[in-house]
Design a protein around this ligand. Structure first.
Ligand code: F6P
Length: 349
């Protein structure tokens, strides 16, 4: 078969492991030829490709990012986009396409599948917000990076008797914040799913410090929102300048800086903020992410050879399964309230 592969949306550690699994597995097991579409859907719309050879992909499992590039191009951003995708695939003799991405990339894949595109999806995102799969690759690496950063913030917080606020990614969900916050022993974990009261946060910090703890770390997800603001008309999370991408998303950021200022003013404690940003997305994947991404890549290859188009591979109860792309697209999987209340709450540092 002649297989195309694309990686779309924000990059994440493990993308190259999927590419390797599809290219090497396809070549060794089936004699497939694989073509990489450059920069996500842009490469398919514009017909921009690169040949992917098994020998060149053998050593990339440990490499962060994606060797075929990524973008937030939406093939439905123009009227002509979907037809251009179908025309490229036909012109290049592509029998099947593997689309590796998050909600936006896979949502587009789902729509294109209903127009006849032979596509199989692979879920990725550091945010871990895709329904249908228990976890996406990239998440474990992001949590590991954020945990290490929180560990480092703890020691400097302790030396200076400060409150250190750490803003982590995750867009509209708090999976990274909750997992890294628990693992790093944060005093507070603030997530988009549960709007917070700044007064209550300051009160808890005061209580903690009056009990003999003279430093704290506060982990805040970039999409977290103070309760009074969310009650005041759904203003939504803080956004950075720069408009929206082709899927309509603004860049989130700024809550950490605001929070540190408010904590300083309201408690009198010295407070500082750190934004982890793209450090959470860059660099080498953890062993867990390498294994999961390889399993997903191998399963996508099988789905392609079985002609199971319009599906996405997913992890459920430890097993790789195939689910309809439509089950994953368009919805965000939020933090389990039980985890937040039962584990995050009582065990905060
Ligand atoms: O979806 C992954 C993610 O890293 C989000 O956590 C974050 O809000 C966004 O992408 C940042 O996007 P960009 O790389 O375009 O700034």
């Amino acid at each position: 078969m002649r297989i195309g592969i694309l990686t779309g949306g924000g990059d994440c550690p493990g993308l190259n492991a999927v590419i390797r699994a599809v290219v090497v597995g396809g070549s060794v097991l089936h004699g497939d030829e694989t073509v990489g579409f450059l920069d996500g859907w842009r490469g398919v719309v514009e017909g921009a490709t690169v040949p992917l050879l098994a020998d060149e992909c053998r050593g990339i499992i440990s490499r962060g990012g994606t060797i075929i590039g990524s973008s937030r191009t939406n093939p439905f951003a123009t009227d002509a986009g979907p037809d251009q995708v179908l025309a490229t695939v036909q012109r290049l003799g592509i029998d099947a396409l593997v689309a590796v991405g998050g909600d936006d990339t896979l949502g587009a894949a789902d729509r294109l599948a209903s127009l006849g595109l032979p596509v199989v999806g692979v879920p990725k995102t550091i945010d871990n917000d895709l329904p249908g799969t228990e976890v996406t690759f990239g998440f474990d690496t992001a949590v590991q990076v954020a945990t290490e950063a929180i560990d480092r913030l703890q020691t400097t917080a302790e030396s200076h008797h400060r409150v250190m606020v750490c803003e982590v990614m995750g867009r509209y969900v708090g999976h990274i914040a909750v997992h890294a916050g628990i693992a790093g022993g944060a005093a507070e974990i603030l997530i988009p799913e549960v709007p917070f009261s700044i007064e209550a946060v300051c009160e808890r910090l005061r209580l903690r410090h009056s009990g003999g703890r003279y430093f704290s770390t506060v982990v805040v997800a970039e999409g977290a929102l103070p309760r009074d603001e969310s009650a005041a008309g759904g203003k939504g999370p803080r956004v950075l300048a720069g408009g929206t991408d082709q899927f309509g998303h603004s860049r989130l950021g700024g809550i950490g800086m605001w929070l540190a200022q408010e904590i300083g003013i309201n408690t009198g404690y010295e407070a500082r903020s750190t934004v982890l940003g793209h450090i959470q997305r860059g660099g080498s994947p953890t062993a867990f992410d390498r294994v999961l991404a390889t399993r997903f890549g191998a399963a996508a290859l099988e789905a392609v050879h079985d002609g199971e188009f319009g599906t996405m591979v997913a992890l459920q109860a430890g097993h790789i399964v195939r689910i309809p792309l439509s089950d994953a697209a368009g919805k965000a999987r939020t933090v389990d309230p039980q985890l937040y209340e039962d584990v995050a709450g009582p065990y905060l540092g």
